[in-house]
Design a protein around this ligand. Structure first.
Ligand SMILES: [Fe+2]
Ligand SMILES: [Fe+2]
Length: 156
């Protein structure tokens, strides 16, 4: 968690990032906790397998990959295509609030592959694309109190 903290604090300043804590992703996991978990496990995974990554870009891209800023369970008509459209919305919002590198943009834009047609181009975007799916599955199955330790260090 420590290795994420400085990038997280940086992103929370002067942006709408804290809004993501008002929106549920899966179960009782908010979008904020979800993106912190995806960043955390993406780094853990790359370390475990000895994959060389740009840590800063991987963490920032992962933190912003679901920066779509709405509740996708609100029942609105356009939410039917949320799975296909939210990477683009997240990228647009993120570009309004941050200066993003090509790698960070790719992480956000391609994280729903293969639901969206273009495959991830960098190692960092492939990792986030895979870890996001595992995290989403875990949150959905666990339903309540997923990522107990991350939760404690985030909300303490
Ligand atoms: Fe997403
Ligand atoms: Fe996600």
């Amino acid at each position: 968690m420590l290795f994420i903290r400085r990038y997280l604090n940086d992103i929370r300043r002067n942006s709408r990032f804290d809004e993501t804590d008002n929106y549920i992703q899966h179960g009782d996991t908010t979008c904020l906790l979800h993106t912190v978990a995806v960043a955390y496990y993406s780094i853990r995974f790359s370390r475990l397998l000895g994959i060389k990554v740009n840590r800063k870009e991987l963490i920032r891209g992962a933190l912003l990959h679901d920066y779509f800023l709405y509740d996708w369970h609100d029942g609105k008509r356009e939410r039917r295509v949320h799975g296909f459209t939210h990477p683009k919305t997240a990228l647009k919002n993120a570009m309004e609030d941050f200066e993003l590198t090509e790698r960070e943009q790719d992480i956000i834009k391609k994280h729903m592959f293969p639901l969206t047609p273009l495959p991830p181009k960098f190692r960092e975007s492939i990792i986030v694309c895979v870890i996001d799916k595992y995290c989403s599955l875990y949150e959905t199955i666990k339903r309540r109190n997923a990522y107990e330790r991350l939760r404690r260090s985030l909300y303490m």
